[in-house]
Design a protein around this ligand. Structure first.
Ligand code: F6P
Length: 746
């Protein structure tokens, strides 16, 4: 109905236009036909007059009026020629036929005949008058006045006008009909497209993917942006309503998950026992994963299964290879898995870190895939799956599988514990389908991961890449609007959960030394003059972290802004990692060489602009360094999230200090108030460092306060909470389905 009304709004003016055109057309037609007839009758009249020349001459010379009368009678037998007269040179009528009106003079005929429209009304009917001069044989010049009946012309014009109107009306109807059909079709197509957009179809895919009609693409673009805003607003509002804390997480576990057992699986363990000359020490690894998951485990209790890689780990477990942690005030159990050197080489160094790690990061290091590594990877995943089954107290535990070391684990657990809720979180980026396809065991990896109930990535972009990869490589049903993939009869939810850190409690913050004191302590320890301005970087010593590019930027800063020479020092903490791998060794050597070169170039006695501290630093030392610095540079070439930047923000309760952040780190999507840089653009990073060192305090405060609100709200309890809430929802759905099925069978 609405469509019809809309179409009428368009059709009405169309009809008016056509009627107007028909009206104007018929008027034009009148004038044209009149001209044609006038010309024809003039030509005809001239021919008749010329044909009568001799007869008129004879009749006049012989003065035999009867002859002329007979001529008139013959001539006016023509149905159109109704009367005629012969006029003398003085325009006096010499003779008239019977129908020629006595009151009509030859002069009047001449006048009318000269007009553009030589028609007039005689005896109630329309006639055409013409006056044609002829020269008789004796040289006398006379004129023949001819009166033609033109009522037939009017009849013809009327008929033509009727045809024209009928034609125009038919044309109008045809145009209207075509318009209605086309409008109806395109309206339906448009409505269908708009409705599917509103249902969210195609909104997760990038513009130009061919899913959305081109004319609807601007609308789709707007909707995508609006949805993103709404989601941000929604999440922000959720966070503010009740901020995420260990208590809230515990409450969620008890209510939505009914206190079910939580088991975490990761390669890296949260506490490492090492034998040192002074005895056994407990170390916390430099790992974003551990930083994030450990507080969650403290809140949930449960069991964490990980590789026992410390030199004194075996001496610190019970008969079931378990140790209660954190040491001193235990909250949960750590179950250690022992790996042989061969297993560690193949599964961890080989397949995970020489294969999957460079495959998933765009850092221009080629992945290496060896059959022997793959076999170890499968075997170790199976060993961890066995451990999960051993640790499970019931048939439906909640298992949190962490990272790329365990791509096969979800399906292996699913095979043994079909009712388990398996949440897999992939801590690194997921590449595009082309890049991923170079993995020789690509299908097996995807099949393994799709054993998960929920598969989490840091960003939506990684979710989209994953879905596209599955679409390309497996026969699976993908529903982007629900973010689900159904494979082998089981459904996995593919969702983004941006990971974060534990926001320091007021008690923790109170235990920190004030910022000026931290500065003093750090400068003293590093033997730097009191006024030194400090930039810091804290990373694992990994080629994806952009340390080389960062050093190049420091070099460019000193080159371009010489005022910083002697006054600015960049301190890089680089925790040794995966040093058994050649790629890492050569990268670390290269960084050492670049450090020496820059220091040779800009150093002075007692001053080195770059300090590379390639040793493990405990959290407290890193925190102190963060508090002492003017800026922190996180310049990853590619990073799932990066938690160092969030740790830096959390450390600055004084709301000072500037964060320089790579746009290729997942965190750049949340931490908008940082100075965002492209780490490959050395000039841009150098300028950002210069800007950070000169940034006025009010601007620092404004940026830092906003960053702190974001990280505080989006803390790690929220990360785990959102994931576990989704798990609770799915478990409830499964329980209801099972109940309905039981009733159905009963
Ligand atoms: O970034 C991915 C990640 O698994 C992190 O979660 C963690 O910080 C790191 O890699 C682990 O490195 P490692 O090989 O030293 O355990």
């Amino acid at each position: 109905m609405k469509t019809l009304r809309l179409q009428l709004r368009f059709l009405l003016p169309l009809f008016i236009a056509i009627a107007g055109a028909a009206y104007l057309g018929s008027d034009l037609l009148d004038r044209l036909t009149m001209r044609w007839f006038t010309r024809d009758l003039n030509v005809r009249g001239a021919a008749i007059a010329s044909a009568l020349t001799d007869t008129v001459g004879d009749a006049l010379s012989e003065r035999r009026p009867a002859r002329l009368q007979a001529l008139f009678e013959r001539a006016t037998k023509d149905e159109r020629l109704v009367a005629m007269a012969v006029c003398g040179q003085d325009r006096n009528p010499l003779r008239r036929s019977p129908g020629f009106p006595a009151e009509l003079s030859c002069r009047e005929v001449e006048e009318i005949a000269r007009r553009e429209d030589p028609r007039t009304i005689v005896a109630g009917g329309p006639v055409h008058l013409g006056l044609h001069e002829i020269t008789l044989e004796n040289g006398q010049r006379v004129s023949v006045a001819l009166m033609h009946d033109v009522s037939f012309a009017d009849v013809r014009t009327q008929t033509t006008r009727r045809y024209l109107l009928a034609f125009m009306a038919a044309l109008g109807l045809l145009v209207a009909l075509i318009t209605m059909v086309v409008a109806q079709l395109s309206w339906r197509g448009w409505m269908k497209g708009a409705r599917s957009l509103l249902r969210g179809e195609g909104l997760l895919l990038p513009p130009g993917d061919g899913n959305t009609a081109p004319e609807l693409e601007p609308l789709a673009q707007d909707l995508r942006e609006r949805l993103r805003d709404l989601e941000d607003e929604f999440r922000r509002a959720q966070g503010m309503e009740t901020s995420w804390s260990p208590e809230r997480l515990r409450h969620l576990l008890q209510t939505q998950l009914r206190g079910d057992q939580v088991i975490v699986v990761s390669n890296r363990e949260p506490y490492i026992h090492d034998r040192t000359p002074t005895g056994i020490t407990v170390r916390r690894p430099a790992s974003g994963l551990v930083t994030a998951v450990e507080p969650v485990m403290r809140a949930c209790s449960g069991t964490w299964i990980a590789h026992g890689g410390g030199t004194a780990d075996r001496e610190n477990v019970d008969a079931q290879d378990r140790v209660a942690v954190p040491p001193g005030h235990p909250d949960y159990q750590l179950r250690r898995i022992w790996l042989t050197e061969e297993e560690e080489r193949g599964y961890y160094y080989g397949f995970a870190n020489e294969g999957l790690w460079p495959l998933c990061h765009v850092a221009h290091v080629r992945p290496v895939f060896r059959e022997s590594d793959w076999l170890q990877y499968q075997a170790v995943n199976q060993r961890f799956a066995d451990a999960v089954v051993q640790e499970a107290r019931g048939e439906d535990p909640v298992v949190l599988v962490q990272d790329y070391h365990f791509a096969l684990l979800p399906a292996m657990i699913r095979a043994r514990l079909p009712r388990a809720t398996i949440l897999t979180f992939w801590h690194i980026p997921w590449p595009n389908p082309e890049s991923f396809s170079i993995c020789p065991w690509r299908r097996e990896i995807l099949q393994g991961m799709l054993g998960s109930t929920i598969l989490g990535f840091h960003t939506r972009f990684h979710c989209k890449n994953f879905m596209e990869t599955v679409d390309r490589l497996l026969e699976a049903r993908i529903e982007p609007e629900h973010a689900t993939i159904t494979y082998g009869g089981a459904e996995s939810l593919i969702e983004s959960y941006p990971i974060s850190i534990e926001w320091p409690t007021p008690q923790t913050v109170a235990s920190w030394a004030p910022v000026p004191q931290c500065r003093e302590a750090v400068l003293q320890r590093l033997q730097l003059p009191p006024q030194t301005r400090l930039g810091v970087g804290v990373d694992r010593f990994d080629y994806t972290k952009g340390i080389l590019e960062r050093f190049h930027a420091v070099e460019r800063l000193l080159e371009k802004y010489p005022e910083w020479r002697g006054r600015f020092v960049f301190v890089q903490v680089a925790a040794p990692t995966r040093s058994d791998l050649e790629e890492y060794q050569s990268f670390q050597d290269r960084i050492q060489r670049v450090t020496q070169r820059i220091n040779r170039r800009f150093g002075q006695p007692g001053y080195e602009p770059v300090m590379l501290l390639a040793t493990h630093h405990e959290h407290e030392a890193v925190n102190e360094l963060f508090r002492a610095s003017d800026f922190c540079a996180v310049t990853s070439l590619h990073d799932g999230m990066n938690l160092v930047c969030k740790e830096f923000v959390a450390a600055r309760d004084d709301e000072r200090g500037v964060l320089i952040l790579s746009r290729f780190a997942g965190a750049a999507r949340e931490l908008r108030e940082a100075l965002i840089v492209n780490p490959y653009h050395v000039e841009e990073t150098a300028d950002a460092m210069h800007r950070a060192l000169l940034m006025p305090e009010p601007e620092q405060r404004e940026r830092m306060a906003s960053l702190r609100t974001t990280v505080q709200e989006h803390n790690v309890y929220r990360w785990a909470g959102l994931m576990l809430a989704d798990a609770g929802r799915l478990r409830l759905r499964d329980r209801i389905q099972a109940r309905v099925q039981r009733h159905g069978e009963a």
